[in-house]
Ligand binder design. Structure first.
Ligand SMILES: Nc1ncnc2c1ncn2[C@@H]1O[C@H](COP(=O)(O)OP(=O)(O)OP(=O)(O)O)[C@@H](O)[C@H]1O
Length: 139
């Protein structure tokens, strides 16, 4: 491992001797995590496409501020949970590369949490978008 990568390692032992990352480096690690989730998770790309679609629909329908707030919260929550799901998958693969019932439960529950957020977001989207669409159709 090169010196640059070594300096980026921070484990429990480093923390015990008081070694700390700068705030900038901590943000850089978080950005790497988001980029990794986008690059490796098909669902992340689907979430991005749906988020863009919701933004276009919101602009086209001229939704109110409360609607934008609700849609923004849903987008943020789904992205955050997908990142957490990616982290859990990586940790499970690290400790349990072979089949294990516990590994299955951990991954299934993490995926279930994302699904709960996605279903909630669809319900919120219906509350926000259906009334203006109905009005546009003359109902
Ligand atoms: N080590 C394991 N032991 C038992 N079951 C596993 C294991 N790894 C994965 N699985 C099963 O396979 C499923 C898919 O796991 P995988 O790591 O491929 O996630 P994924 O397809 O990227 O999931 P997601 O779509 O949620 O991102 C898990 O939900 C789990 O049921």
């Amino acid at each position: 491992m090169g010196d640059g990568r070594k300096r980026f390692v921070r484990n429990a032992k480093d923390k015990q001797v008081g070694e700390r990352f700068s705030l900038g480096r901590a943000f850089s690690c978080a950005a790497c995590g988001i980029a990794h989730a986008f690059n490796t998770q098909r669902n992340m790309k689907i979430h991005l496409a749906v988020a863009l679609l919701a933004a276009i629909l919101g602009i086209a329908l001229g939704i109110e501020l409360w609607g934008w707030t609700a849609i923004a919260v849903c987008i943020v929550v789904v992205f955050a949970f997908e990142c957490m799901n990616t982290a859990i998958e990586a940790a499970v693969d690290l400790v349990s590369p072979a089949y294990s019932e516990l590994a299955k439960h951990a991954k299934d529950c993490a995926a279930g949490a994302v699904l709960v957020c996605a279903i909630g977001s669809v319900i919120v989207a219906a509350i926000v978008f259906v009334p203006p669409v109905m009005a546009l159709m003359g109902f």
